[in-house]
Ligand binder design. Structure first.
Ligand code: PGA
Ligand code: ZN
Length: 430
C-alpha cells in the first residue's frame, strides 16, 4: 500500500482540562489515514518547545490554537504533500526545517507534533501493522512498568501538598496485566482509607486523589498502608515514586512550600529530606527533586542518591538531546522523562532516548497533565522498549486509554510479551 502523503489537515479539539489543543490528520494516496492529538502540560519546563496559543482573549481565555491549526493547513500541508509518510525521519526533518527556530516557536510544537504523530499512524495503517510494531520493529515486546500517580498535589490539585505526584509502581508483578491489577487494587484501597478518614476522594488533573493531607509524609504513609491493605508487599510487589516538580517551588535562592506554608528549604535540605524518605519508605524513583536551573544541586542530589534511587529529569532535560548530553557529562540524574511535546517530533524524541540508553540512563515515557484520548504513548513505550510509563491514575478515560491500549498490546503479543522489573533487589535500582 502506498505511503505517499495526499493531504494533511488539522483542527482545534479539547484536552482533558477543557482547553483547546491540536489534532492533525494525514491522508495517504491509497485512502488510508492516521490522526494525532497533542497533550498539554501545566508545570512546564522553561526550555520546552513552544506550544503556540492564539492569545486572543475573546476565545478560550487566549488559549485557542487556531494559529497552530492554520500553520498545519496552510504551511505544512502543501510542503508535505507527495512525501513518504513511512520516512519518519525525513518528515520530521522537513517539519523542523519549515519551522526554522530552535524552540519551534514559529509554527508551534503543537502543530509539528500533531503532524509527526499522524504520519506515524498513517504509515502503520498503510503497512497494516500495529503502531508499536511499525515504529519498533518485530522485536518490540517489552511492556512498560506503570508509574500510577494516585495522589495529586502541586499544580495539579488545590490541596495543601507542595509536591506534585505520589505514585505507586507495581514493578514486582509477573506481567503487565497483573501490574495493572496490583495498581488498581491499591488505588481502590486508598480510596477506602481516605473515606474512612473523612477525606475527599475527588480527583486531580491526572486522576489521582487530591485529599487535604497534613503533610507529604501522611501521603507516603497512606500509600504504604493501601499496598498492605490488599495483601501486597511494599518494596517488593509495589513501591513508591515521587515527582516533586521542584521547579514550581523555586523562589529567590531556595524552595518555598507555598501550599503547606512550611519554611523555605535549600537544595541540601531537600536532598536530606529525600535521603531520609528513601530510608523510611520503599521509594524507587524521584523526579524533578530539584529545580530545572539548579544543576549544581542536581549534581549533589545525584552523588547522594543516584546509586540507590532512580533520579528522573523532566523539566531539567525536557526531552532535549542537547540538555541530556550536558546532564550525562555533569552526572545529573540517571533517568529522563520522555514527553513528545516537550521537543515536538517523534524523531527527536527517539534520539534523546537513544542517547539516554547509550549512557545507561533509563527512559520513562510520559503523558501530560492535559491529555486527550489519543493513546500514542502506549504504543510508543512498547516500540521504544522504554521499560516504564507514567500516565496517571487508573481513573479518567484519557488516562485509562493508555493503560487499556497496553493491555491490548500485551494480549496481542501473548507469550512474546515481556515485563521486566527495573527495581529488583528490594525495590532499589537494579
Ligand atoms: P505537566 O506535569 O504535564 O503538568 O507538565 C507532568 C510532570 O511534571 O511530569
Ligand atoms: Zn514531572
Amino acid at each position: 500500500m502506498t505511503t505517499t502523503i495526499e493531504g494533511v489537515s488539522a483542527r482545534e479539539i479539547l484536552d482533558s482540562r477543557g482547553f483547546p489543543t491540536v489534532e492533525a490528520m494525514v491522508t495517504l494516496a491509497g485512502g488510508v489515514h492516521g490522526t494525532g492529538a497533542v497533550p498539554s502540560g501545566a508545570s512546564t519546563g522553561e526550555r520546552e518547545a513552544i506550544e503556540l496559543r492564539d492569545g486572543d482573549p475573546k476565545r478560550y481565555g487566549g488559549k485557542g490554537v487556531r494559529r497552530a491549526v492554520a500553520n498545519v493547513n496552510e504551511i505544512l500541508a502543501p510542503e508535505l504533500r507527495g512525501m513518504d509518510a513511512s520516512d519518519q525521519a525525513g518528515i520530521d526533518g522537513k517539519l523542523i526545517a519549515l519551522d526554522g527556530t530552535e524552540n519551534k516557536s514559529r509554527l508551534g510544537a503543537n502543530a509539528l507534533l500533531a503532524v509527526s504523530l499522524a504520519c506515524a499512524r498513517a504509515a502503520a495503517a498503510a503497512a497494516k501493522t500495529p503502531l508499536y510494531r511499525n515504529l519498533g520493529g518485530a522485536a518490540a515486546s517489552l511492556l512498560p512498568v506503570p508509574l500510577l500517580n494516585v495522589i495529586n498535589g502541586g499544580r495539579h490539585a488545590t490541596n495543601s501538598l507542595d509536591f506534585q505526584e505520589f505514585m505507586i509502581v507495581p514493578h514486582g508483578a509477573p506481567s503487565f496485566a497483573e501490574a495493572m491489577r496490583y495498581g488498581v487494587e491499591v488505588y481502590h484501597a486508598l480510596r477506602k482509607l481516605l473515606e474512612s478518614r473523612h477525606l475527599t476522594t475527588a480527583v486531580g488533573d491526572e486522576g489521582g486523589f487530591a485529599p487535604a493531607l497534613g503533610s507529604h509524609e501522611e501521603a507516603l504513609d497512606l500509600l504504604v498502608e493501601a499496598i498492605r491493605a490488599v495483601g501486597l508487599a511494599p518494596g517488593e510487589d509495589v513501591s513508591l515514586a515521587l515527582d516533586a516538580a521542584a521547579s514550581e517551588l523555586v523562589e529567590a535562592g531556595g524552595y518555598a512550600f507555598r501550599k503547606s506554608g512550611g519554611p523555605k528549604r535549600s537544595a541540601d535540605d531537600l536532598i536530606a529530606l529525600y535521603d531520609g524518605w528513601c530510608r523510611s519508605y520503599p521509594i524507587v524513583s524521584i523526579e524533578d527533586g530539584l529545580g530545572e536551573n539548579d544543576w549544581a544541586g542536581w549534581q549533589r542530589l545525584t552523588a547522594a542518591l543516584g546509586k540507590r534511587v532512580q533520579l528522573v529529569g523532566d523539566d531539567v532535560f525536557v526531552t532535549n538531546e542537547r540538555l541530556l548530553a550536558r546532564g550525562i557529562q555533569d552526572h545529573v540524574g540517571n533517568a529522563i522523562l520522555i514527553k513528545l511535546n516537550q521537543i515536538g517530533t517523534v524523531t527527536e524524541t527517539r534520539a534523546a532516548m537513544k542517547l539516554a540508553a547509550s549512557a545507561g540512563y533509563r527512559s520513562i515515557v510520559s503523558h501530560r497533565s492535559g491529555e486527550t484520548e489519543d493513546a500514542f504513548i502506549a504504543d510508543f513505550a512498547v516500540a521504544s522498549g522504554a521499560g516504564q510509563i507514567k500516565t496517571g491514575a487508573p481513573c479518567r478515560s484519557e488516562r485509562t486509554a493508555k493503560y487499556n491500549r497496553l493491555l491490548a498490546i500485551a494480549d496481542e503479543l501473548g507469550g512474546r510479551a515481556r515485563y521486566l522489573d527495573p527495581f529488583s533487589g528490594g525495590g532499589r535500582l537494579a
